[in-house]
Design a protein around this ligand. Structure first.
Ligand code: PLP
Length: 474
C-alpha cells in the first residue's frame, strides 16, 4: 500500500490548484521505493557533510535525506521518494510547499525590488493585513527576520514600556537561541552557554501530564500559577517587565495547557505591573485551529510575537503591540527598533500572500477540522498501544507521550524513538518522532485523506514497535 518497490508515483513540480481539498497537491500520497536514504540522497548528504559544521537539526541528520522539492503537504527526495510532511519545517510551511500563489508573488516581487527600509505598497499592504488578522487590541507591528530576533525586540519593547527589566518564562519554553532569550529556554539545551542574562526566572508550565507538583487539573487550583506568583515575589528584584509564555508549548512537545491557565498567568503579570508577551511563533497563523493560540483562552496579550507560518517559508517574523505600548521609548525612537532585513519587500509580500491564502483557502478551518480528526485517530491509538501514554492537540498542533509504563510515565528510550522515526520514514511519513514527546504539526493545507494516511502509517509503525522492539527497556 504505502511502501512499494514499484515505480515512483507522479511527482510533477507544479500544482494546478491550492487548497486542502482541491488540486493535485491535496491528492498526493507518500510513496517510497527502495532503501532510505536512496543513492542520490546519500551522495548529496555526504557531499554536504564534508563542509557543513556540526549542529544542524537532529531530524535532518537522522533522516540522511536530500530533498529535491515539495508539493502541498508532501516532500520529494532526490531519489523521487514522496513523503507525507508531518513536520512542516517545524511549523513554518503553513501553506505547504511550493504553493503556486506564493511562488508567483515572490517571483514577481524579486524582479522589482528586494531591499527594504523605505515604504512600499507591498509593505503597507502587509501591515494592513496583519492588523486585520491581529487580536483587536494589537493594531501596530514591526517586522523582523527570525523568531529569536522578534522575541528580543518584544523584550526591549516591554522594558521600554515598563521601565523595568526582569522577565519570567516557563519550564519547557523556547524563544530562540540568541543571548537575550537563551536564559528563557526552559530545558538543558542552554547548559554550557553561561553566564545567561540576569533577571530571568523560569517556573513550571501547565504541562499537566508531567506536572512537577504531581497534581491534577482542575483540582490543583492551578498551583503552578500560585508558584509563579511566589517565585516573582521571592526571587526577583521587584522589577518584572514581562511574563513571556507560549500559549501552547511547541518545542517541549506540543503541550496544551488548560484554557484557564493563561488567564491566571495574565492576572499574575498584572499583579506585578508586568506585560504579558504571548510568543505565538508556533501557535499563530491558524496552527491551533484559531488564528491565534491565545483565542482559546480568551486572553488579550500586551505584546505578541509571530513568525514561522507567517511567511510560509520566507524568513519573516513580527512583534505585534497596542497603540500605547508602541510609543514607548527608547524602542519607538527612529532607528531604535529596525533591522537590515526586517520588512523588506520580499518579506512583506510573503506575509501578505500568506494571510490572503489562509483566508481564501479557509486554512484555519481546515486546521480545526483535520486536527480534530487527527486527535480522534490518535486517541484510538492510545487505546490500542500500551506505550502511548498521552495524546493531546489543538488544531494541527498535536503531541503524544510515549512511555514505558503509565504509572512512572518514564519515556521510551532515545534508541527506541529512533526506530520509531526511521520506521515511519521508510513508510513515507516524515514526523518529529525521534523524541518520546512526539510532535505532529503538518502544513495547514493538508487534506483529510493525507492526514488519514499519516495515521495509518503511524499505526503500522506502532504495531511494528509493539511486535518487534523491546520498547520496555532501551
Ligand atoms: C515559540 C518559539 N519562539 C521563538 C522561536 C525562535 O525562532 P527562530 O528559530 O526563528 O529564531 C521558536 C523556534 O522554534 C519558537 O518555537
Amino acid at each position: 500500500m504505502i511502501v512499494s518497490s514499484g515505480k515512483i508515483a507522479d511527482e510533477g513540480k507544479s500544482r494546478p490548484a491550492g487548497g486542502p481539498d482541491g488540486g493535485a497537491a491535496a491528492d498526493k500520497l507518500p510513496h517510497v521505493a527502495g532503501p532510505i536514504p536512496g543513492p542520490k540522497s546519500r551522495e548529496i548528504f555526504e557531499a554536504e557533510q564534508r563542509h557543513i559544521a556540526p549542529g544542524r537539526q537532529r531530524i535532518s541528520l537522522l533522516a540522511g535525506l536530500a530533498l529535491d522539492h515539495g508539493e502541498g503537504a508532501t516532500l520529494v527526495d532526490a531519489d523521487g521518494n514522496v513523503y507525507l510532511d508531518f513536520v512542516a519545517g517545524i511549523g513554518v510551511a503553513s501553506l505547504g510547499h511550493a504553493h503556486p500563489a506564493m511562488v508567483n508573488a515572490l517571483g514577481e516581487q524579486a524582479g522589482r525590488l528586494m531591499v527594504g527600509t523605505f515604504a512600499t505598497a507591498e509593505r503597507a499592504e502587509a501591515f494592513r493585513l496583519l492588523a486585520d488578522v491581529a487580536p483587536p487590541n494589537l493594531t501596530r507591528s514591526h517586522l523582523y527576520s527570525g523568531g529569536a530576533e522578534a522575541v528580543e525586540a518584544a523584550l526591549r519593547l516591554a522594558r521600554s514600556a515598563t521601565k523595568k527589566h526582569e522577565v519570567m518564562g516557563f519550564w519547557g519554553g523556547f524563544h530562540g537561541k540568541t543571548g537575550g532569550v537563551m536564559g528563557l529556554i526552559g530545558d538543558e539545551s542552554k547548559h554550557g552557554y553561561g553566564p545567561l542574562a540576569a533577571g530571568q526566572y523560569l517556573v513550571p508550565y501547565a504541562d499537566c501530564y508531567r506536572c512537577p507538583f504531581k497534581l491534577k487539573h482542575p483540582s490543583c487550583g492551578l498551583h503552578c500559577v500560585e508558584f509563579a506568583r511566589q517565585q516573582i515575589r521571592n526571587s526577583s528584584a521587584g522589577a518584572i517587565a514581562a511574563v513571556i509564555a507560549e500559549p501552547m508549548q511547541g518545542t517541549a512537545g506540543n503541550v496544551i495547557p488548560p484554557d484557564d491557565w493563561l488567564v491566571a498567568v495574565k492576572s499574575v503579570a498584572r499583579e506585578f505591573d508586568a506585560l504579558l508577551i504571548a510568543d505565538e511563533m508556533i501557535t499563530g497563523f491558524g496552527r491551533t485551529g484559531r488564528m491565534w493560540g491565545i483565542e482559546h483562552s480568551g486572553v488579550a496579550a500586551d505584546i505578541l510575537t509571530a513568525g514561522k507560518g507567517m511567511g510560509a517559508g520566507f524568513p519573516v517574523s513580527a512583534v505585534l503591540m497596542g497603540e500605547q505600548v508602541s510609543h514607548a521609548e527608547p524602542f519607538a525612537k527612529p532607528s531604535a527598533s529596525s533591522s537590515s532585513y526586517g520588512g523588506n519587500p520580499l518579506a512583506a509580500v510573503a506575509v501578505a500572500q500568506t494571510i490572503k491564502t489562509i483566508r481564501q483557502e479557509k486554512l484555519v478551518e481546515n486546521a480545526r477540522r483535520v486536527g480534530a480528526m487527527l486527535l480522534g485517530r490518535l486517541l484510538e491509538l492510545k487505546e490500542k498501544y500500551e506505550f502511548v501514554g498521552d495524546v493531546r492537540g489543538r488544531g494541527l498542533l498535536l503531541g503524544l507521550d510515549l512511555v514505558r509504563d503509565n504509572t512512572s510515565r518514564r519515556e521510551l528510550s532515545r534508541k527506541v524513538m529512533e526506530i520509531v522515526f526511521k520506521e515511519a520514514l521508510k513508510r513515507g511519513l516524515l514526523m518529529m518522532g525521534y523524541f518520546p514527546r512526539v510532535r505532529i504539526n503538518p502544513p495547514l493545507v493538508i487534506s483529510e485523506r493525507q492526514a488519514q494516511t499519516g495515521i495509518e502509517i503511524l499505526d503500522e509503525v506502532f504495531a511494528y514497535v509493539r511486535d518487534h522492539v523491546d520498547w520496555h527497556s532501551g
